[in-house]
Design a protein around this ligand. Structure first.
Ligand SMILES: *Cc1c(COP(=O)(O)O)cnc(C)c1O
Length: 392
């Protein structure tokens, strides 16, 4: 008899041969602008903790108080035994930040996307999706059973032609896009997408995972930045990036949220978010509202690094390409996975921790640099100097 698991070893071997093999690296202590990796302190350009809140003592205290008050687990679905007053408070605070009517928190952003898309559309419906969307939007679209058509990344002209070609054949239509593209750092053309959605009677779900807390004067995200607050749309995001906790959310109109409470499988059939995660997120949303200086500092750091990298990109060979970015995510496209890993290790040897991104996460290899408001100007200079000396 053949071993039915034997293919696993063969697959791993192929992944290794392609240079796509990945494994985990443990971090010690509290993750901040610097992190301890294998006993060495490195400057952290690899986290999504844009405002440095994941290590903020106010979030930790809120989480500890919540555990003392409500215990560690929420013990059941929100619809049965899992709902606490603090869930309601967090949902209200997200709706206030976003200037929407109501919101719903999930155990992760991934679950928020998958379940919401499954609840909104089915096999008589059409999904139009940006080709660079996050995995959670792509998997949600597949699971929904709707017909999925991709449009060219960031291209409203292509979206228009796909709407013209397909829209009339389907009942409902849902347009899906990241607002900040997580592996590129550019923004979606939101006003154009919303105009098209109104013209073609389509719903829009935007993924603000990397926008919330970071973009827009009040930190409400790209919807605020583009002046689209109040326009009909569905917003989702995560509590685990700038918000520094764990979980996800969907926010929008009262009927939308009420419908999801009744029909969204990844919210109904899973345990409510833990009291600790909920309390930490609630503390973070308050900080985002009252401490805009964190955002200002973040954007100063982004501008400083961008200026330096712009000079560098003028003199470097064609081998390395700085991708266009309007966010704290800066990506340098690399010629192949071997060089990506090599430069990643060399940066680590110089005391800098940068993510080396390879397929299948993205079609091409890149270094992904994320800036934080808690980086100092010295941290930013060290990054620019190291890149200039390694990539030429
Ligand atoms: C991280 C991320 C998610 C998933 O959020 P989690 O809370 O980490 O599950 C969804 N969409 C995008 C664009 C992301 O970057």
């Amino acid at each position: 008899m053949a071993d039915p698991y034997e293919w696993l070893d063969r697959s791993l071997h192929i992944i290794q041969q392609a240079g796509w093999y990945r494994s985990v690296q443990p971090i010690d202590g509290i993750s901040g602008a610097t992190v301890l990796v294998n006993g060495r302190q490195l400057i952290n350009f690899a986290s999504n903790d844009y405002l440095g809140l994941a290590g903020d003592p106010r979030l930790a205290d809120a989480a500890i108080d919540a555990i003392k008050k409500w215990g560690t687990g929420s013990t059941g679905s929100r619809l049965l035994s899992g709902h606490r007053e603090i869930h309601y408070q967090l949902e209200q605070s997200i709706a206030r930040l976003k200037r929407t009517e109501d919101s719903l928190v999930f155990s992760s952003g991934y679950l928020a996307n998958v379940g919401t898309i499954m609840a909104l559309v089915g096999n008589r419906d059409l999904i139009l999706a940006d080709a660079y969307n996050h995995s959670s939007l792509k998997k949600g679209a597949l699971l929904s059973g709707a017909t999925v058509v991709e449009f060219k990344h960031g291209d409203p002209g292509d979206l228009l032609s796909k709407l013209n070609q397909f829209r009339l054949r389907y009942r409902r239509c849902l347009i899906l896009t990241d607002t900040v593209f997580s592996m590129d750092g550019d923004l979606c053309p939101l006003p154009e997408i919303l105009d098209l959605s109104e013209q073609f009677e389509a719903m829009v779900l935007v993924d603000e995972a990397h926008g919330t807390g970071v973009i827009g004067e009040g930190g409400a995200g790209c919807v605020e930045y583009f002046g689209c607050t109040g326009r009909p749309l569905i917003q989702m995001g995560t509590l685990s990036k700038a918000i520094g906790s764990l979980g996800g959310y969907v926010t929008g109109s009262f009927p939308l949220i009420d419908f999801l409470r009744n029909r969204c499988p990844s919210w109904i059939y899973t345990t409510g978010l833990s009291p600790a995660d909920t309390a930490a997120a609630l503390a973070a949303v308050r900080i985002i509202e009252i401490e805009p200086e964190r955002r200002y500092q973040l954007w100063q750091n982004v501008q400083a690094v961008k200026n330096n990298l712009y000079h560098w990109s003028q003199i470097t060979s064609q081998r390395y390409k700085l991708l266009p970015s309007q966010s704290p995510i800066l990506c340098i496209e690399m010629p192949n996975s071997q060089i990506t890993q090599q430069i990643g290790s060399q940066l680590q040897a110089l005391g800098l921790w940068v993510a080396a991104i390879r397929p299948p996460t993205t079609p091409t290899c890149r270094l992904r640099i994320t800036l934080m408001s808690t980086h100092t100007s010295h941290h930013c200079e060290q990054l620019s100097n190291a890149l200039t000396s390694l990539c030429y």
